[in-house]
Design a protein around this ligand. Structure first.
Ligand code: SFD
Ligand code: AMP
Length: 627
């Protein structure tokens, strides 16, 4: 085995991840931990300032309810999420996040985030729930608050440490193991409670951007399904693993469209099919009642565009020039004011990308595209796993303690594995939390985990023999490379191992072709899923032969293994749910209709690490009384 030092870290609360929900968890938990003399430790695979989905910044805060100004109620938000997810949402969780999210946004502002204000001093809304921000440094600001809170409470932060597996004592999570991505150090974190907040997953499906564009994707390439892998391996029940997210984005550089649709009131059209949302309106009848709700659910908006693409009516375009001209038209009588407004709109259009997807601005520049003069191509991306946005995959967590929810077995946001909590992309069926809601949910989980430690926390019982076995398994790829890489002229081709890039391509090919990726027009079926699982079983066998030439590749190996776990949970859940409920995300071609009678329920799954078997379950939907 590679000669790496084992570093043991003892803590009370372990936060795995350093993104928005982790920062929320850290800020809140540190506050309570300080009062109780407890230690909080946070571990991020990257550097907190620029890690996770918000690394590049964001141009909007997508969840703000506006309770203090009477703009909306928490119940309005529940109704919005219910419809957008075609009836499948944990309303207790959505409620809990929605009632706390505004205070999180007010904290962001206090910490220095610039939220746009109008002449009356009110927040400028992008849409009903969305606020415009100058968000290039969004993550830096939120990370600073988390770092300060942990430092003030005497906690510790580990950066560039990649968490792999949970440490279990029966059904109780007692810590985690991981490794440094820079030094020869294997980490053992022993904890009384653990929060899994390591984001969602990308590159499970083959991306549109291959070859020289590989690595460019909508979802950040750094998140590889670590939350899902961690909670699945802990034996926790998972939910909505079939509910992937496919955003429609500016093509090839994945720039955001929200500001165009909501702020600029732009239309999207297909080159020869026209305004697909208007032309194909009748299709929405097939997805009643959700198809007739405003706003039309995200997957159905996607679906109408996809129908045009499938018929070869594309490309799809965002009518940027038309939208800008429509807004500026109000100033037509005054040429000076008109010119000024055009300039302002033009800079807002560029700023929207420069705040969060710089590569889209570069692509526009490279293609000589001026948004005020010519429309710009949009396309449905490859599928991602991001339960905090408009997808829903994640762990099945306990509901808030003060609500009469049937989903309650312990502390708020605790998974079915004792002492293991989840938030953000780590927790499922509570979509549309976005950055602000993920932070708010992290705060909820952080406070709840400290309460658990105070009331039930015991010294973690960690079996160090098991830890040694995990260390050998996790570092094995380095040994395989060391032992065999000189046997062939090209070290990438070797019968004794597979390198991470090849492994990744194989996984992506399986998912793309069998599980409804871009190449199969987002369609799949029982037969396709079953064949995909057969191929995945062989891929899993080969995972034990993964080789890594350095720290970076070791991380790539474990990212791959985590993706496979996410992939398998996904395919099994699609297979189990015998209907099509989210066209525009995926289409079960052999079950092309929505079946509310049999399938208006959650699909949950649970993995048994000892037997390698999956258990699939239906869970009833609970709706909030009176909402
Ligand atoms: O609109 C390990 N999101 C948007 N939210 C908004 O409020 N406004 C927007 O403008 C948004 N847009 C957007 C958004 C997301 C993405 C990907 C894009 C654009 C391109 C959503 C939010 O970003 C999202 O809801 C939250 O960030 C979710 O928070 P969280 O904590 O669940 O995930 P994270 O922030 O990605 O953090 C993950 C962390 O885990 C670390 N990590 N650490 C240790 N070991 C491992 N093995 C790990 N694996 C991962 C990461 O480093 C990171 O710290 S819009 O355009 O759609
Ligand atoms: P996006 O940039 O697509 O992630 O959108 C940002 C926010 O606006 C998210 O909350 C989306 O759900 C919402 N959104 C985007 N497009 C539309 C639309 N056409 N109608 C309603 N809401 C939208």
């Amino acid at each position: 085995m590679a000669n790496w030092e084992t570093v043991v870290v003892n803590t009370d609360l372990l936060i795995c991840g350093g993104g928005f929900s982790a920062c929320g968890a850290a800020t809140e938990a540190a506050y309570w931990a300080k009062k109780k003399g407890l230690k909080v430790t946070l571990v991020d695979k990257a550097a907190l300032d620029r890690s996770g989905a918000v690394a590049m910044g964001l141009s909007a805060i997508n969840q703000y309810v506006g309770i203090r100004d009477g703009e909306n109620t928490v119940e309005d938000y529940i109704r919005y999420v219910r419809s957008d997810l075609m009836g499948i949402s944990r309303e207790d969780l959505v409620y809990n996040i929605a009632r706390h999210v505004d205070s999180t946004v007010h904290l962001f502002e206090k910490w220095g985030l610039k939220i746009w204000k109008d002449e009356k001093g009110k927040y400028v809304h992008e849409g009903r729930w969305q606020l415009m921000i100058n968000g290039e440094s969004y993550k830096v600001i939120i990370a600073e608050a988390a770092k300060n809170a942990i430092a003030a409470a005497g906690g510790e932060i580990f950066e560039r440490v990649f968490i792999v597996d949970p440490l279990m004592d029966g059904n109780k999570c007692v810590g985690a193991v991981g490794f440094s991505t820079r030094e020869n150090k294997f980490y053992v974190f022993k904890a009384k409670a653990v929060i899994a907040t390591m984001g969602g997953a990308v590159h499970v499906f083959r991306p549109r951007s291959v070859g020289e564009g590989f690595g460019r994707s909508w979802y950040p390439p750094f998140n590889s399904g670590s939350s899902a892998y961690f909670t699945i391996k802990a034996g926790a029940e998972m939910t909505c693993q079939e509910v992937r997210f496919i955003p429609v984005r500016f093509k090839d550089a994945y720039g955001p469209v929200g500001a165009w649709f909501l702020l600029f009131k732009s239309r999207a059209v297909s080159a020869t099919g026209g305004d697909y949302m208007v032309v194909r309106k009748a299709e929405l009848e097939n997805w009643k009642p959700y198809g007739l709700v405003k706003p039309i659910p995200a997957n159905l908006r996607n679906y109408l565009g996809m129908l045009d693409t499938e018929l070869g009516l594309g490309p799809l375009y965002m009518e940027t020039d038309e939208a800008i001209k429509n807004i500026a038209a109000q100033y037509k009588e005054d040429p000076k004011a008109f010119k000024k407004k055009m300039k302002e709109l033009e800079s807002e259009a560029w700023e929207d990308f420069l705040d969060m997807t710089i590569s889209q601005a570069i692509l526009w520049a490279a293609q000589n595209l001026k948004p005020e003069e010519k429309h710009s191509e949009i396309a449905a991306c490859e599928p991602y796993f991001i339960g905090s946005h408009s997808g829903a995959s994640g762990a099945w967590v306990s509901g808030p303690e003060d609500l009469p929810t049937p989903y309650k077995w312990g502390y708020a946001n605790m998974t079915t594995a004792e002492g293991l909590f989840a938030a953000g992309d780590g927790s499922g069926a509570s979509s549309h939390k976005f950055s602000s809601g993920s932070h708010a949910e992290g705060r909820i989980a952080g406070k709840s985990a400290i309460k658990y430690i105070v009331e039930k926390g015991k010294a973690p019982n960690v079996n160090m023999d098991e830890v040694e076995k995990l260390k050998a398994k996790i570092l094995l790829p380095l040994d395989l490379w060391e032992k065999h890489s000189k046997e062939t002229t090209d070290p990438e081709i070797n019968t004794n191992y597979i390198v991470p890039r090849q492994f990744l391509h194989r996984l992506q090919k399986i998912m793309d072709e069998y599980a409804g990726g871009v190449i199969s027009g987002f369609k799949t079926s029982k037969a396709l899923c079953e064949r995909g699982l057969e191929l995945m079983a062989m891929l899993k066998e080969d995972s034990a032969k993964s080789a890594a030439r350095d720290h970076h590749e070791l991380m790539r190996v474990w990212e791959n293994n985590q993706r496979v776990m996410q992939a398998e949970a996904h395919v099994r859940s699609i297979l189990f749910r015998e209907e099509t409920r989210w066209p525009g995300y995926y289409f079960r071609a052999d079950k092309p209709k929505m079946d509310d009678k049999n399938w208006k329920c959650f699909v949950n799954c649970q993995y048994d690490s000892k037997t390698g078997q999956w258990k699939m379950m239906k869970k009833d939907i609970w709706t909030m009384p009176g909402v």
